[in-house]
Design a binder for this molecule. Structure first.
Ligand SMILES: C[S@@+](CC[C@H](N)C(=O)[O-])C[C@H]1O[C@@H](n2cnc3c(N)ncnc32)[C@H](O)[C@@H]1O
Length: 355
């Protein structure tokens, strides 16, 4: 087919190189002048496309476009020569959702560039491989699939991205464990981390931190142990305190248990909860849990702020459901909810959600 040059969009995200090559464009312009024929470029119709880049040409309104998957230099050369149409083939024969397919489009574009024209440099390939995990935290693109698209061996991709994937897996596993310890159902955890229920249950089942006691006996502190396991401090402490009585936990945490009914705490224990306006001390939460709940009980924090209540629930093996209208990236357990004084509908409607 032939398409109008002006209907095509150069999409910077799916373009696999650092930049276009003026030298290549000039040589194509010269070739056109002496009547050279070029193979068709590769294009793709997309929808759900928000084009914020002024250097691109957009075809049909804000949400639809035809992006160039392969053939940017040919497209620029045709434009420079004032040619209005260019031969093109479409990658997939129906329009794709851009947001859902942009990584696949980038990899297809990279694949085309590994076999012809100005081949991608190893630097370009490495940059693409390292960009993918950021837009693919669920690891849908395996190292093998990336290797095949980039025209390198799997071992090379492993070397390029193993540090990023390692951090992602540790971060994700920590979220899964935290939510599981707080009593979230496997279905809700699976939904929150975009993994299957089987996979999340496996991660919980395979979690093994048997070395905490050894690390402590070697003289390491809890900050070291938390970073060793790539987890937050509250979760590391909760693993250390597992199977202890509440009184033993108070002792291990260095908090005197106050047996009278007036509690004053001058300072927040910085280890638990994040800095937040109106932050309350973890020791206060611990005393409330000690006197009014027992292990396994479900605690509701309707205005969770910096998350100190959920942290202390982790330490004392209470389940916890936390809500707030303001959310933080590092607090997956806090669910967005606005308590409307005109409408007191309870957000947790299904009993099994809370258990
Ligand atoms: C004093 S802070 C809670 C501090 C928390 N206990 C801590 O120690 O970090 C009160 C919280 O209530 C939340 N909040 C206020 N009005 C709300 C509403 N109508 N619905 C949901 N959250 C609300 C605010 O965003 C704020 O984080």
């Amino acid at each position: 087919m032939e398409v109008n040059i002006s209907d095509l969009t150069w999409d910077q995200f799916i373009y696999p190189r650092g930049n276009k090559s003026e030298k290549t464009i000039s040589s194509y312009v010269e070739a056109l002048e002496i009547g050279a024929q070029f193979p068709p470029i590769r294009i793709q119709r997309v929808f759900n496309y928000a084009d914020g880049n002024e250097t691109t040409v957009q075809s049909a309104g804000r949400h639809e476009a035809t992006v160039i998957v392969d053939g940017i230099h040919r497209w620029f050369a045709f434009k420079e020569k004032g040619i209005k149409k260019i031969a093109a083939v479409e990658w997939k024969d129906k329009p794709l959702d851009y947001e859902k397919n942009k990584t696949a489009l980038l990899l297809e574009s990279a694949k085309c560039n590994t076999s012809h024209g100005d081949r991608l440099s190893p630097g370009d390939k490495k940059r693409i491989a390292r960009d993918i995990p950021t837009s693919d935290p669920e690891c849908k693109w395996t190292e093998l699939a990336l290797a095949e698209k980039l025209g390198v061996i799997q071992q090379t991709v492993n070397t390029w991205i193993s540090d990023i994937r390692g951090r992602q897996k540790a971060g994700r596993n920590t979220v899964i464990l935290r939510l599981s310890h707080l009593g979230w159902s496997p279905e809700k955890i699976a939904e929150a981390v975009a993994l299957s229920r089987t996979r999340t249950s496996e991660i919980v089942g395979n979690a093994n931190f048997g070395k905490i006691d050894t690390l402590l006996s070697e003289g390491h502190d809890m900050d070291y142990i938390a970073s060793h396991y790539q987890m937050d401090l509250a979760l590391a402490w909760s693993l250390r305190l597992e199977r202890m009585t509440d009184q033993e936990r108070f002792k291990e945490l260095g908090w005197g248990l106050r047996t009278w009914d007036q509690w004053n705490f001058n300072e927040c224990d910085e280890r638990f909860g994040d800095d937040w306006p109106g932050r309350i001390p973890a020791q206060l939460v611990a005393h409330t849990l000690f006197y009014f709940t027992k292990p396994g009980d479900l605690v509701l924090d309707p205005m969770a702020g910096g998350g100190v209540v959920s942290d202390v629930c982790l330490l004392f093996e209470r389940k916890c459901q936390s809500f707030d209208l303001a959310l933080m990236d590092n607090r997956p357990e806090i669910q967005r909810y606005y308590w409307d004084p005109q409408n007191w509908t309870w957000p947790v409607t299904k009993k099994e959600d809370a258990e």
